[in-house]
Design a binder for this molecule. Sequence first.
Ligand code: XMP
Length: 509
Amino acid sequence: MILIIDFGSQFNQLIARRVRECHVYCQIESPRIAIKDIRSMKPEGIILSGGPSSIYEKNSPRIDTDIFNLKIPVLGICYGMQFMVDALGGVVKSARKREYGFAELSIKKQTGLFKNMDRKTQTWMSHGDSIQKLPKGFVITATTSNTPIAAAQNYRKRLYGLQFHPEVEHTPKGKWMIQHFLFDVCGCRRSWTMKSFAKSSIAEIREQIADQKVILGLSGGVDSSVTALLIHKAVGKQLTCIFVDNGLLRKNEASQLKQRLKQHLKINIKFVKAKTKFLNALARVSDPEKKRKIIGRVFMEVFESEATKIKGAEFLAQGTLYPDVIESVSAFGGPTAVIKSHHNVGGLPKKMKLKLVEPLKYLFKDEVRALGKTIGLPDDLVWRQPFPGPGLAIRIIGEITRQRLAILREVDSVLLEEIRNGGYYKRLWQSFAILLPLKSVGIMGDSRTYEHIVAIRAVTSKDAMTADWAKLPHAFLGKISNRIINEVRGVNRVVYDISSKPPSTIEWE
Ligand code: XMP
């Protein structure tokens, strides 16, 4: 394993992604980690991340400098390199010229991280301070026009520093450099695969749960479905999943899930019909935040009342992912300081004092998908687009009524069918319809109509933090619009949302 020390860079998750893409396991930890804990983790290598601080600031993040005495290879990136240089007796100064953006790297030594590489390569820089003098034993391995010490190494002690960011796509050969560090310098093996993860995770879950019972809130999304299947493989019928049908789901969602997970994979699922409860609580409510709060509250009530019926349950499983855990907002608090509660079952159910089981908490989304595939989750569940906990309620602008839900469900179903048939489903982060609280005039046959407007939203994204509206072909959009207006009663106009996030959001409410 590779240990990544989080000095607060916005790219930390990317470093972890790059390492994992090389099939090497890695974990991000706070600089406050104790040397004895590092020793017990037995990392093959340590990566010190970049960060926004200057090494000379009073409260700049620091790690115990004994890490340089552990005889473990260290790669310092940007601030991480400056920290290493400063700790080992070199000099870091505020640069006269801040360097930000592309820079051409001239490689002086084609060894270590730069083995077999061309002498010139493009890199991406983002630093204010720069290194004036290297510590004893280090040599310069690369320069740029503004940064004479752009890369350095102490070959004997296996310490490496890069002033630029090898983890970003703007450094095209960065992945090679990381690979050289992992395999040539640290001697890592490519052993991190979802097959090996599944095996060890199932064994761990079995040990943790032993002969006790475990409850899981199943939403039908990929995270909770993979969690369910993994735990099912570990402890079978000791797992009870609770699926709350809140009446705000897409067409056939509950029945498809029943067929796939319950009938086919034999997972123990309790389907709870709570539509009336939700719709009554939502009656005459238009404010988006109020809608969300009501749905959250009713969900908790329903889930808790079902969960307490499961006598002797000791554990609550959640599909928390690694990005939720790391949230590297502050290098000072460290990555694990902030743990986001899971969207829909966060903090549940407190009264029962359940212990948490979170088998996916070290995985990224694409790893979860790969894991799902490995353990036999059907493809359509593995590739399911994200669907928000409050469901169609936040896609009906204004009041939620049974009639409006029925219209939106039909529109959404036509849209999804076309998106799937057109081969766009996997390529889009999300695609869905929104029902507007407006009517407009139309003409059908010889008669005037006055009916609903629906909007279509299709976005591409990597992580939902930013998103771009999908440039779907006009003819394809035309076909969708035609089908919706012809097939769904009550709709006579379709519009396409061409806003990106930011400044818009993906959902409309
Ligand atoms: P926005 O609309 O903020 O959405 O751009 C970002 C992503 O989060 C999803 N989303 C939710 N998911 N419960 C969820 O489980 C929620 O309350 C919720 N609100 C938004 C949204 O679908 C998108 O993928």
